[in-house]
Design a binder for this molecule. Structure first.
Ligand code: GLN
Length: 531
């Protein structure tokens, strides 16, 4: 099978939603029955984002096979309904690591190793690898055209057209048409410059996706088309929409899918009910029957990107009940915490690292437990639930995780022996999917309706089995377990409407067309609580 390559670049400013654009285009092609895969090229030198802090990078998205990747891979999975893997995210760091390793092995036979062709060849190999067995690969180039860092990636994608031919390569440029209030005008100049920059490198975009606050009229489209050397019907408007899941629909309305199919000579497969389930999902988001308030009590609240998948999973949980989930972003380190918690019908304590705000998070769990407010604790949130239970129900005063107090008398959360001597920080956590066995008489089983599940992990610490008997004797149910190592995966309590802590990250597997069972049930419990 010959693979076609679509490349998505961005211009003018960052944060234009290139990830959503790429994913939405992916969805369009999936609806035509094509086999699509996605690739994100990240220009930074880090081998992966696993060692970066959330302020630098936003969420780290973990794949089934345990790769720590860019958050755009989360969009790819949610829009395409397909699992991504390690190969679907490439960084400059990985490319250089590979080329330098080969150089040390003498692979280049005395040649001078250079950006062109050696780095660009390595990049092209990685793109083609994703294309194996697929009909289309959509590759999103991180950064903005004009950055020094992304030049080798742009050079590589330029060469792809020469290598594979005009019928097999398609370039999408995502750009901004800003609106100037003072003159009440949309301005096209930044887009002209950005496309100019791209053409300087040798890339002629087939399509411009124009992010804009106002609608683009024909005059304006004609102007952009003329100055940027793109057919007018290939100027696609991407106005702000109320839900990102509407973006693919705005693309088909402008026939973006048809333009791609005809340029790349791709034949759509017969498919009945094209878009039916997607459209009905979007309707449920846009016209909800209920509203419910749920708090995320964490510490990166200024930066919503840190909780990207979590926020999406809550939205998906809402879709299952035609409910708008209004998220209260509560920073546990701020004094208004308790005041703000009063108004919510569900409390979620998310994953995290480092001791800032840890005592407040533990108190938030106590509050949810004692006041019988639906509670979902994820990773660190689950660990906080165990600490609260140990301290306040089992009377293990001062119980803690050794991550925060290595001298605690009751280390209820601790390193696994194999984590004790880890020196290398990158890629050494418990990562990726692990099987979990669920007890039948549990809230978790009621949600999943099966006893064998697999969920994705990213952590170093675990519930310490030395304390398991005490915790269980006092009523903490360990309802899910990774049996080969007897590791606690799910904890819950009785005499509470809905209280679940999970050591894994369920949000990573939730999708708009398939809301995650735990989020679906959590939102349901919050709805009941509200009533
Ligand atoms: N810091 C905790 C650990 O490493 C929790 C990590 C997380 O929440 N992802 O175990």
């Amino acid at each position: 099978m010959k693979c076609k390559f679509i490349f998505v670049t961005g211009g003018v400013v960052s944060s234009l939603g290139k990830g959503v654009t790429s994913s939405a285009l992916g969805r369009c092609l999936i609806e035509h029955g094509l086999h699509v895969s996605m690739l994100k090229l990240d220009p930074y030198i880090n081998v992966d984002p696993g060692t970066m802090n959330p302020y630098q990078h936003g969420e780290v998205f973990v794949t089934e096979d345990g790769a720590e990747t860019d958050l755009d891979l989360g969009h790819y999975e949610r829009f395409l309904g397909q699992d991504m893997r390690k190969i679907n995210n490439v960084t400059t760091g990985q490319i250089y690591e590979e080329v330098i390793t080969q150089e040390r092995q003498g692979h280049y036979l005395g040649k001078t190793v250079q950006v062109i062709p050696h780095i660009t060849n390595a990049i092209k190999d990685r793109i083609r690898k994703v294309g194996q067995g697929k009909e289309v690969v959509i590759t999103e180039v991180g950064g903005t055209v004009g950055d020094i860092e992304s030049l080798p990636f742009l050079e590589a994608i330029r060469q792809m057209k020469i290598d594979h031919g005009i019928e097999n390569v398609f370039y999408v440029h995502v750009t901004l048409i800003p609106y100037l209030k003072s003159s009440d005008e949309l301005k096209t100049k930044p887009t002209q410059h950005s496309v100019g920059k791209l053409r300087e490198i040798g890339i002629e975009p087939n399509v411009l996706v124009c992010r804009t606050e106002k609608s683009l009229d024909l005059d304006l489209r004609e102007k952009v088309a003329l100055f940027c050397n793109v057919p007018v019907q290939n100027i696609i408007a991407a106005p702000d929409v109320s839900t990102i899941y509407e973006v693919p629909l705005t693309f088909v309305d402008q026939a973006l899918d048809k333009i791609v199919l005809s340029t790349l000579k791709l034949k759509p497969k017969k498919k009945t009910k094209r878009w039916d389930s997607w459209r009905s999902m979007v309707q449920k988001i846009k016209f909800p029957k209920n509203t419910v308030q749920i708090a995320i009590a964490g510490k990166y609240m200024e930066l919503k990107d840190s909780y990207k998948s979590l926020i999406e999973a809550l939205i998906h949980g809402g879709i299952a009940h035609e409910t708008l989930v209004q998220i209260e972003y509560i920073d546990v380190t701020l004094p208004d915490l308790w005041e703000r918690l009063k108004n919510v019908s569900g409390i979620l304590v998310p994953g995290g690292f480092g001791d800032r705000g840890i005592e407040a998070k533990i108190s938030v769990v106590s509050y949810a437990r004692e006041n019988k407010i639906p509670f979902l604790g994820i990773c660190l949130g689950m660990q906080c639930a165990v600490i609260d239970y140990a301290r306040n129900v089992c009377n293990l005063t001062g119980a803690h995780s050794t991550e925060f107090n290595s001298k605690t008398n009751y280390p209820v959360i601790d390193f696994l022996p194999e984590q004790k001597h880890v020196k290398k920080m990158g890629g050494t956590m418990r990562l990726g999917v692990f099987p979990c066995k669920i007890q039948k008489n549990s809230v978790a089983y009621h949600a999943y309706k099966q006893s064998e599940i697999g969920e994705r992990h990213r952590h170093r610490y675990e519930l310490n089995n030395r304390y398991r008997k005490i915790l269980e004797a006092q009523g903490l149910q360990i309802s899910g377990e990774y049996t080969p190592k007897k590791l606690a995966e799910i904890v819950e309590i009785k005499n509470h409407p809905w209280f679940v802590g999970v050591q894994f990250h369920p949000e990573l597997k939730s999708r708009p067309l398939r809301p995650h069972p735990l989020f679906r049930e959590f939102v349901k419990a919050a709805l009941h609580y509200e009533k």
